[in-house]
Design a protein around this ligand. Structure first.
Ligand code: SAH
Length: 347
């Protein structure tokens, strides 16, 4: 089948047979696939969400991590990281500043830091819930027991971001130490869904050793999970990791996958990620035009931003939250969309 027929079939059926997905993923850009794919994705996105772009205020509250993921700059064995932890008061003041700037979703993201016990996290979540009842609270703190997830949920957390990273067990083992497993990652995602969280999964594009078949597995896994949010971005290398000599993922492949995901999941919340904005100065705008409808600006205190370095050259590490907000409004508008200040739940 030619790309045009495949794209039409994907838009109509929201899925393709394996050979269809593989053909689309490997199609030559010279055939105009991407222009067509992005146009279809944008059409579907406008049908469901209009030109609205939702903001999520990202608070990177700790860069301490007990895990040792081979791709990640804040992995445990990286001795060159200056580690930090935000206090409850600091986290709350990030939320307060975010609220005054119009943010109605706060994402608390961090390494897997045992300092933040369930008790501490529950206290923090409850306090945010009490002070900002109209806001959504999203956690992104890695793999936990079902009981822990339940406790955060009961304290008032509504959403959870946990990328599956890759849905292929062998590939998973090439990206993570033996202490981690795809099986547990998946268990977490299904637990989160059953508890009632709005769940976000996703993968890096162009991570080391990734094949087109791996990406096909990712798409099938996402179909099985049915997440509310799907976060993808290019893999970007970091000098202090075992993958220091591996090439970055590609902008065009990431954009192609955003568009495919929009056609598969018309109602999904898909961010134009910071990694996308890092690999190209207009990456996030391109992401929006390929079907993304969420942006996650940084609300972390300025003095810690450079320390949450998952990959090199991360953007927006030198700005204040208020500056980011103004800059984003402009960028989103220039791309043809509009920032809306709401919780931005999935439709
Ligand atoms: N500890 C949390 C948060 C991880 S950081 C958790 O385990 O979920 C959030 C995401 O950043 C990761 O899920 C990963 O997909 C992405 N990331 C990490 N290192 C990266 C790199 N070098 N390039 C691109 N993305 C990266």
């Amino acid at each position: 089948m030619d790309p045009k027929t495949l794209i039409a079939a994907l838009a109509a059926e929201h899925t393709l047979p394996d050979d269809g997905f593989l053909a689309l993923l490997t199609a030559d850009e010279a055939d105009g696939v991407d222009a067509l794919l992005f146009a279809e994705a944008d059409r579907v996105r406008r049908e469901v969400y209009g030109i609205d772009v939702y903001l999520r205020g990202l608070i990177e509250f700790t860069n301490v991590c007990k895990n040792n993921c081979f791709y990640c700059g804040i992995r445990r064995d990286n001795r060159n990281v200056s580690r930090y932890r935000l206090t409850e008061e600091e986290i709350l003041s990030c939320c307060a500043e975010g609220f005054s700037l119009g943010y109605r979703t706060f994402v608390l993201q961090g390494g897997e830091d045992p300092f933040y016990t369930d008790e501490k996290l529950v206290t923090i979540v409850s306090e945010i819930r009490k002070r900002f009842p109209s806001c959504a609270i999203t956690l992104s703190v890695g793999e936990k027991s079902r009981a822990s997830y339940q406790a955060y949920f009961d304290a008032g957390a509504d959403r959870y971001l946990l990328r599956h990273e890759t849905a292929d067990g062998d590939h998973y083992a090439k990206l993570h130490p033996a202490s981690m497993s795809l099986e547990n990652r998946k268990r977490c995602l299904f637990d989160l869904k059953e508890i009632g969280y709005q769940v976000g999964a996703g993968m890096m594009i162009g991570s080391p050793y990734q094949t087109t078949e791996n990406l096909l597995h990712d798409l099938r896994f996402l179909e099985e999970l049915g997440p509310h949010m799907i976060g993808i971005g290019p893999y970007l290398t970091h000098r202090d990791t075992p993958f220091r000599d591996m090439p970055n993922g590609s902008l065009s492949m990431t954009l192609r996958l955003i568009a495919i995901l929009r056609l598969m999941f018309p109602r999904a919340l898909i961010p134009a990620t910071t990694a996308l904005g890092t690999i190209h100065p207009k990456g996030r705008e391109m992401g929006l035009r390929a079907g993304a409808n969420v942006i996650m600006p940084n609300l972390s205190p300025k003095d810690v931003r450079k320390k949450y370095e998952l990959y090199e050259n991360k953007i927006c590490t030198g700005e204040e939250a208020a500056e980011c907000r103004v800059c984003l409004d402009r960028r989103v508008e220039a791309a043809g969309y509009r920032v809306v200040c709401s919780r931005g739940d999935a439709k």
